[in-house]
Write a protein that binds this ligand. Structure first.
Ligand code: XMP
Length: 507
C-alpha cells in the first residue's frame, strides 16, 4: 500500500521545495518532478493532484519550460502557481501579457469565498505576489476568483475540470492564509485523506528495509550528524543487530562529541564500533597547511579505515546511507547515489556489496529531525548544526597538531555553551584557531599566543549567509571566558564577513 501522492511539477521556481514541504505538513505525500514529466509517467504515478510551480521565465520565451497540454486533460486536479498559472493559461488558449506595473511583495487581494480554494476565508486577503507577466485573457470555461489593485486575475478556476490557478504564492508565509488555501485544494478538490505522517513513514520503511535485506548484514558509516544518526536509529528498529554501525573518530571532533555518540549508540539494539583513529589521521596531514590537501588526505583515509572494519563483520553486506530528499533532488537522478566519501577509494574487494539501503531518501531535513525525535534520539544530536567531514582539521588554520586541536576544542565549547545559554539565534556558530600569534599581557607577564576567531552566521540554505549580529555583551563574555580559561589563546576576534565574498568555514 502506498500513500496518496501529489506531484509537484518543477518549472524552475525557487519555492518548489517549500511547496512540497507544505503539502507534506498538511498530511499528504508529495514528490518533485521535472516540469516535462511525460503524461504516461504521470498516469503511472497515479497522483491525486498536481501542482505547477512558479518559474523565472515568460511563457512566450521559446526556451521556457513547458509541459504537455494533455496533463490538463487527465481529469487529475491541477493547481498552477505564478508561472504555473501563466503556463496553464497559455496551454489552454488564454492570453498572458507583461504587467503595466510589476508586483513584488505582499498585496491585498479581494477573493471570492465561493471558490473551493477560499472557502471560509474573509474576502480581504494578504497574498505574496512576485511577477512581471499576468493573465490578461482567461481560457474558455474559467472564471476570476480574486484580484488585486494591479492584477485583475490574481486567481482563477475551472471548477468543473478541477483546474485552479493563483498568480500569488500560497506556499509562502507572507500569504497569510496560504496554508488554508492549499489545504482546501488538497482535501476538497483532490480528495486527500491525510494519510501521510512520520509514524506511517517509519512503519513503511521498517517493512521495506526488512523485505530488502532479508537476513543479511547492513553496514552504516555513522558520522554523528543528523542524517546518519537517524538512519541508524531507524535501521536498529527494523533489523536490530543485523545492523553494524561504524563510527570513525578521526580526532577532529568537538569537545565530548565522540563520548556522546558512543553513549547514544552503545545503548541501541545494533552492533556499534568506534574506531579511535586520531593518530592515523594526524599522521596523514602532518606538516600540511594547504586546506585542499588536508581535505583530500582526510577524505582518502576515511574509507580505508571504514572498510577495514566493515570486512570484519561479513563477507557480503548492504551499505546503508543517510541520503535525504534534497540530496536526491539536487543530484537530479533517480538512481542510487553513493556519497562521495564512500566513492573515494572505491568499494573493497573483500566485501561483496549487495546494494544500498537509504530509508531517509524521501524526507526533508525537518522531517528527518522529527523522525529522530520520535525514535528517541537526544536533542543535541537531532538539532545538530552542519559539521564538515574533516571536522576541526579545517578550523585549525594551517598545520594541524593535537595540541592546537585541544586548544580549539576548549574555545569552541565555551562559544557553544554561551550562545546556547543566550537567547541569540544563529544557524551555525563555531570557533576557529587562526595561525596567527599576537602579543598580550597577563598579570605582569607578556604572552605570545594564538588569536581565536569566532564565527556565527544566519542562513537558510548555507549557500549564502549573513554574519550574525550577536550582541556585544555576549561577545565580550565569550572573549573574556576564552582568554581566561583557555591556555594558549590571548586574543579573540569576531568575523563580520558575509558569504559571499567569504565562505562559512575558513578553509
Ligand atoms: P562553506 O565553507 O563552503 O560551507 O561556506 C557551507 C556549509 O557546508 C559545511 N561544510 C561541509 N560539510 N563536508 C560537509 O559535510 C565538508 O567537507 C564541508 N565543508 C563545509 C559548512 O560547515 C557550512 O555549513
Amino acid at each position: 500500500m502506498s500513500n496518496q501522492t501529489v506531484l509537484i511539477l518543477d518549472f524552475g521556481g525557487q519555492y518548489k521545495e517549500l511547496i512540497a514541504r507544505r503539502v507534506r505538513e498538511l498530511g499528504v505525500y508529495s514528490v518533485i518532478k521535472p516540469g516535462n514529466m511525460s503524461v504516461d509517467e504521470i498516469r503511472k504515478a497515479e497522483p491525486i493532484g498536481i501542482i505547477f510551480t512558479g518559474g523565472p521565465n515568460s511563457v512566450y520565451d521559446k526556451a521556457s519550460p513547458k509541459c504537455d497540454k494533455a496533463v490538463l486533460e487527465l481529469g487529475i486536479p491541477v493547481l498552477g502557481i505564478c508561472y504555473g498559472m501563466q503556463l496553464m493559461t497559455y496551454l489552454l488558449g488564454g492570453e498572458v501579457k507583461p504587467c503595466h506595473t510589476s508586483e513584488y511583495g505582499t498585496v491585498e487581494a479581494e477573493v471570492d469565498p465561493s471558490s473551493a480554494l477560499f472557502t471560509g476565508l474573509q474576502p480581504e486577503q494578504k497574498v505574496l505576489m512576485s511577477h512581471t507577466d499576468y493573465v490578461s485573457g482567461l481560457p474558455e470555461g474559467f472564471r476570476v476568483t480574486s484580484k488585486s489593485e494591479n492584477c485583475p486575475t490574481a486567481s482563477a478556476e475551472n471548477a468543473e475540470k478541477k483546474l485552479y490557478m493563483t498568480q500569488f504564492h500560497p506556499e509562502v508565509e507572507n500569504t497569510k492564509n496560504g496554508k488554508k488555501m492549499l489545504r482546501r485544494f488538497l482535501y476538497d478538490v483532490c480528495g486527500a485523506k491525510g494519510d501521510y505522517s512520520m509514524k506511517d513513514y517509519l512503519a513503511r520503511q521498517i517493512a521495506a528495509v526488512r523485505e530488502q535485506v532479508g537476513n543479511k548484514t547492513v553496514i552504516l558509516g555513522l558520522s554523528g550528524g543528523v542524517d546518519s544518526s537517524v538512519c541508524a536509529a531507524l535501521l536498529s528498529r527494523a533489523i536490530g543487530r543485523q545492523l553494524v554501525c561504524i563510527y570513525v573518530d578521526h580526532g577532529f571532533m568537538r569537545k565530548n562529541e565522540t563520548e556522546s555518540i558512543c553513549q547514544t549508540f552503545e545503548k541501541m539494539d545494533l552492533q556499534f564500533v568506534c574506531v579511535h583513529a586520531e593518530e592515523r589521521f594526524l599522521k596523514q596531514i602532518e606538516g600540511i597547511s594547504d586546506p585542499e590537501r588536508k581535505r583530500k588526505q582526510i577524505g582518502a583515509e576515511f574509507p580505508k579505515v571504514f572498510y577495514e572494519q566493515a570486512v570484519r563483520f561479513a563477507d557480503e553486506a548492504f551499505l546503508a546511507q543517510g541520503t535525504i530528499y534534497p540530496d536526491v533532488i539536487e543530484s537530479g537522478s533517480g538512481g542510487a547515489v553513493i556519497k562521495s566519501h564512500h566513492n573515494v577509494g572505491g568499494l573493497p574487494k573483500e566485501l561483496n556489496f549487495l546494494g544500498v539501503v537509504e530509508p531517509l531518501r524521501g524526507l526533508f531535513k525537518d522531517e528527518v529531525r522529527k523522525l529522530g525525535r520520535m525514535l528517541g534520539l537526544p536533542a543535541v544530536m537531532v538539532e545538530r548544526q552542519p559539521f564538515p567531514g574533516p571536522g576541526l582539521a579545517i578550523r585549525v588554520i594551517g598545520e594541524v597538531t593535537k595540541e592546537k586541536l585541544d586548544v580549539l576544542r576548549e574555545a569552541d565549547a565555551i562559544l557553544r555553551e554561551e550562545i546556547a545559554a543566550s537567547r541569540c539565534k544563529a544557524d551555525q556558530f563555531f570557533a576557529v584557531l587562526t595561525n596567527t600569534h599576537s602579543v598580550g599581557v597577563m598579570g605582569d607577564d607578556r604572552t605570545y599566543n594564538y588569536v581565536c576567531a569566532l564565527r556565527a552566521v544566519r542562513t537558510n540554505d548555507f549557500m549564502t549567509c549573513e554574519y550574525a549580529k550577536l550582541p556585544h555583551s555576549l561577545l565580550a563574555k565569550i572573549s573574556s571566558r576564552i582568554t581566561n580559561e583557555v591556555k594558549g589563546i590571548n586574543r579573540v576576534v569576531y568575523d563580520i564577513t558575509d558569504k559571499p565574498p567569504a565562505t562559512i568555514e575558513f578553509e
